[in-house]
Design a protein around this ligand. Structure first.
Ligand code: PGA
Length: 224
């Protein structure tokens, strides 16, 4: 079981997680971070940009990326440029999206002494990154087909369901679990049920986020 820390507002959720990132990179300027996309972390990125931190020695890895043209406005590469990378002094060659060959991407993480802090969101189906229900707990970085529920949920960012990419590259559950510290953020009542199931229910591949119960340095923050 993991404690779900309930915060009073989206602003507090964003600032709480931004403060954790700030502490990490201020105390350890050579930190390696794993970063999420989606609607939940937008406030956190805004807070981080406003802190005007020194990102010059920080290395980042993104959790996942749609298989699509990376210059498309809804690509996760565009999202990160717009919300963080173009607004900080992070070096372009210090920020990585999952790439092929996947073994080289995994080696890059290991070669940089592993991940110090991994920030995650959670899907309404219990996914973390694009590890959809049924993903192996041992999974590593790979190509996945998106779940019908994920495509439906993410259609709000696209013109229609038909425009949502159907495939993505995602870090695996095993890759995520190798992180030294993990913070999961969830915003909205539509996430509460799955969050409870994942943190207090059975640890099962049917609920990918439930694997976090097996990690000894996880913090979970929620606001409705
Ligand atoms: P969201 O996505 O922040 O847009 O709700 C979270 C996720 O799917 O991991």
């Amino acid at each position: 079981m993991k404690t779900i820390n309930k915060l009073s507002s989206y602003k507090e959720l964003s600032s709480t997680v931004a403060d954790i990132v700030e502490e990490q990179i201020t105390k350890h300027p050579l930190s390696k971070l794993v970063l999420p996309t989606g609607s939940t972390p937008l406030g956190m990125y805004e807070e981080l940009v406003n802190k005007k931190l020194d990102w010059s020695t920080v290395i980042t890895f993104n959790l996942d990326a749609y298989l699509m043209n990376i210059t498309h406005p809804q690509s996760y590469q565009s999202y990160m440029k717009k919300n963080l990378f173009d607004r900080t002094n992070i070096y372009p060659n210090h920020s990585h999206f999952p790439f092929r060959p996947f073994s080289a991407f995994e080696d890059k993480i290991v070669g940089s002494m592993g991940i110090d802090l991994c920030i995650l969101g959670i899907g309404t189906n219990g996914h973390i990154a694009f590890n959809e229900p049924g993903s192996s707990f041992d999974s590593r970085t790979r190509v996945v087909h998106l779940d019908e529920q994920t495509i439906k949920d993410n259609s709000r960012f696209f013109g229609s369901v038909d425009d949502v990419p159907t495939q993505a590259i995602t870090m695996g559950l095993g890759t995520i679990m190798d992180s030294k510290k993990i913070v999961l953020m969830a915003n909205g009542v539509n996430k509460l049920n799955i969050l409870n199931v994942a943190m207090n229910g059975e640890v099962t591949e049917d609920v990918p986020a439930s694997i976090l119960q097996r990690h000894d340095n996880v913090e979970v923050f929620y606001c409705d």
